[in-house]
Design a protein around this ligand. Structure first.
Ligand SMILES: C[S@@+](CC[C@H](N)C(=O)[O-])C[C@H]1O[C@@H](n2cnc3c(N)ncnc32)[C@H](O)[C@@H]1O
Length: 494
């Protein structure tokens, strides 16, 4: 199968990105927290449907060198580009194929993890049903499928922008011509609004302003494609069930109903004991517009409860920087995304202090809990509470807020560089043209000019002195830069 003649992804492909939440180390961690025993990830098999140029899988191959990673997309141009990239990056375990995700047959086999990021709500309803069926057919018995899609009620609001963009972009011209034309027209539209303070004007303005930093490819495929059919979560769950699949949780675990604590948990339970109804109600409360939902085969048992006991089989790691304490005893910490949290809760402070000290080394959650328990000796706990349970609850709270990931397994990395360091092949290639590269944790890392100059030379053959000589830097400067790259999980042991 080749792509339709007018395949817009051929002309305006998405930029190369890796998606942390699709990584099996994250998928398996979420499944474990939901009481499942997912396939071990070291030598797992992964199928990605609608993989574009396969960058997500190529990046994954660096942390999962013994996995089998198969990507399918009907854009021949993107698959061709992906194969070239995989060859240059030495990603021998990545197999990219041109194919139609809605017309696969059983000969493709079964996979431990099936991923479809940005596919399900951008196809016709018939193709969507075929994708659910493909997930069932190609998912191994205990496997996990990941499907992302646009959802309501958030997309009711986003439809304002959808209507405005489609009006301005009309349908003449290539995607590359239409997006800038539509952007300019939207800016003019803000000025044309006759009553700038009414609710409609405020909503439209904030949606238009929110679009300014988005890539042309995103704007085009999100708003100007013929097929963009958001679906309610309830509809998603029904279609999954019809295909023999069952909802597990969200890949961004903290956004799942099952992960909600405190007041929100009580509100959801008051509406229904049924997890699926709780999920839908949660979307209505939060005006959700995008989901990254996990599914498994319908016959796998579940009690719908979060399994705190699974935490001790997971690994936690967080780049956390303690900032100077404030006068009132508040402790600020800078998180990985640059955001600062200001804490006065001794439990959370103790957890963040431990994580900051450990970084970049990963910690088992059990080991973290033991260390924090010792740090907290003498601090009053809620009456009747066990210190271990309270600490693990704190770990879950921070995880739910997105402060740190929990992984089923940490990849092998060189966190302490040797004399001839080797950086990830994909990062070395990427740093030639861009400042953002992907690390072994499947996360983006922003590099400065010195880091870019150094990382492209880290092929495992050059010594620190060689690099210092070629760049006119001192050996100490190179060593410090390389140490920073190691701590960012960009160096391999290989
Ligand atoms: C929105 S893009 C997402 C690409 C990539 N997963 C990402 O998130 O960056 C959708 C991709 O699905 C592909 N696609 C759409 N329908 C398909 C089908 N029926 N079979 C295979 N690929 C398809 C397109 O060519 C495109 O690369």
């Amino acid at each position: 199968m080749t792509a339709p003649a007018d395949n817009t992804y051929d002309e305006l492909p998405y930029e190369d990105l890796a998606f942390f939440h699709t990584h099996p180390a994250n998928l398996a961690a979420v499944a474990m927290l939901c009481g499942m025993t997912p396939p071990p990830i070291e030598s797992c098999s992964v199928l990605e449907l609608g993989c574009g140029a396969g960058f997500n899988l190529i990046a994954m191959s660096e942390s999962l060198p013994d996995a089998r990673l198969v990507g399918i997309d009907y854009s021949a141009r993107q698959i061709e580009a992906g194969r070239e990239m995989a060859a240059r990056a030495g990603a021998a375990n990545v197999d990219l194929r041109v194919g139609d995700a809605s017309a696969l047959d059983a000969s493709l086999g079964r996979f431990d993890y099936v991923i479809a990021h940005g596919l399900l709500s951008w196809v016709t309803p018939d193709v969507r049903s075929a994708i659910f069926a493909a997930c069932n057919r190609h998912l191994a018995p205990g496997g996990i499928a990941y499907l992302s899609y646009n959802t309501y009620p958030g997309w009711h609001l986003r439809s304002l922008l959808f209507d405005a963009l489609r009006f301005h972009a009309a349908f003449e011209g290539t995607p590359l011509e239409r997006v800038p034309r539509a952007r300019a027209a939207l800016d003019r539209m803000i000025d044309d609004l006759p009553e700038p303070d009414v609710e409609y004007a405020r909503l439209l303005r904030s949606e238009i302003e929110g679009l300014r930093d988005d890539q042309d490819a995103y704007v085009f495929h999100e708003f100007l494609e013929t097929d963009n059919h958001p679906l309610h979560f309830a509809e998603f769950a029904v279609q999954a069930a019809q295909a023999g699949l069952r909802y597990v949780a969200e890949a961004r675990f903290g956004t799942s109903a099952i992960a909600q604590r405190g007041d929100m948990r009580r509100r959801l339970e008051a509406v229904s004991p049924d997890l699926l109804r709780q999920e839908q109600y949660h979307d209505l409360l939060r005006n959700r517009y995008f989901r990254q939902s996990l599914l498994c085969h319908a016959d796998l048992p579940s009690n719908g409860l979060l399994q705190q006991g699974a935490l001790d089989r997971l690994v936690i790691l967080a780049r956390v920087e303690p900032l100077p304490a404030e006068a009132d005893g508040v402790r600020p910490f800078r998180l990985r995304d640059g955001g600062v949290v200001r804490l006065d809760n001794p439990l959370l402070i103790a957890i963040l202090d431990r994580l900051a000290r450990a970084w970049p080394q990963p910690l088992g959650v059990g080991a973290l809990a033991a260390a924090v328990e010792a740090d907290l000796a003498g601090v009053a706990l809620p009456p009747g509470a066990s210190a271990g349970a309270v600490i693990r609850e704190g770990v879950l709270v921070g995880y739910g807020w997105g402060w740190w990931p929990l992984l089923a397994r940490a990849p092998a990395a060189a966190l302490v560089p040797g004399e001839r360091p080797r950086a990830l092949a994909l990062a070395r290639l990427g740093a030639r043209n861009a400042s953002s590269v992907t690390n072994l944790l499947h996360q983006p890392v922003e590099l400065d000019a010195a880091q870019r100059a150094v990382i492209v030379r880290l092929d495992g053959s050059a010594t620190l002195d060689d690099i210092a000589g070629s760049l006119g830097m001192t050996r100490d400067e190179v060593a410090a830069t390389v140490q920073g790259l190691a701590a960012a999980w960009l160096l391999t042991r290989g």
